[in-house]
Ligand binder design. Structure first.
Ligand code: TIU
Length: 234
């Protein structure tokens, strides 16, 4: 059932509140994939503690439920590569000393490869029919993808952003979006990093200097602006 939203809402945010016109706003969830959030995937092969990303799942799920109820456009992105690795720069595949490299077989299928179990979005945030899913080979969601065209076709000018990781794919995408003229509102608790200090710094970089890349808000503020019930925090 679609819940009617006001035409515009004022969202509490930093560095200042922002007026959101819901008809031109989309929810953008970045790379909430098993490869980053679950043991045995790309994130863990890089040496990371993947449990650090779990905190973003419930806030993203609350936003997703509210967006669906309100009929907002929802876009999910997935970082990954074609099975033949033709879209994976050798410099990316060769980088560092991971336990398994991109394309190697792992417990959730080949690491960071489209179509494998690890590439899927986590079950709690699985895309619904009609939602846009953008597969991307890079960290930014605009590079080598149709995201810009999709948003233009829908008349979207404002993005509510959540996902992982804050300083890598979220920051890269927000910077790309900002240069393309989108207003990005990053929901802090809907994002997470393997490095808590980088999460904080990534958010600071977005909202500093008068909001040089965008705004930083929270799931609670976004849900309140949408008139959606907020989960009880224990
Ligand atoms: N490693 C890391 O922090 N992130 C990525 O490789 N990709 C995304 O952030 N999605």
């Amino acid at each position: 059932m679609t819940q009617t939203l006001p035409t515009t809402s004022r969202l509490a945010a930093e560095p200042e509140p922002i007026d959101v016109r819901w008809a031109t706003t989309a929810l953008l969830l970045i790379d909430m994939q098993r490869d980053f959030l679950e043991p045995g995937g790309f994130g863990e092969t890089l040496g990371n503690d993947v449990s650090r990303l779990q905190s973003a799942v419930a806030p993203c799920a609350a936003l997703l439920a509210a967006a669906r109820k309100a009929g907002l456009s929802v876009v999910h992105t997935r970082e990954g590569h074609l099975p033949d690795l033709s879209d994976a720069p050798p410099a990316k595949v060769a980088r560092g000393a991971p336990r398994l490299r991109i394309g190697d077989p792992g417990p959730m299928g080949r690491i960071l490869i489209r179509g494998e179990a690890g590439h899927d979005i986590v079950p709690a945030l699985a895309p619904a029919a009609g939602e846009i899913v953008i597969d991307k080979p890079g960290k930014g969601a605009f590079y080598a993808t149709p995201l810009g065209e999709v948003l233009t076709r829908r008349g979207i000018d404002t993005l509510l952003v959540g996902g992982v990781t804050t300083e890598v794919c979220v920051n890269t995408t927000v910077r790309e979006a900002n240069d393309r003229g989108y207003r990005c509102i990053v929901l802090a608790d809907c994002c997470a990093s393997y490095f808590p200090a980088f999460h904080e710094a990534g958010l600071q970089m977005i909202k500093a200097q008068g909001g040089i890349f965008g705004w930083v808000s929270s799931s609670a503020a976004a849900l309140a602006a949408m008139g959606a019930p907020q989960p009880v925090r224990t």
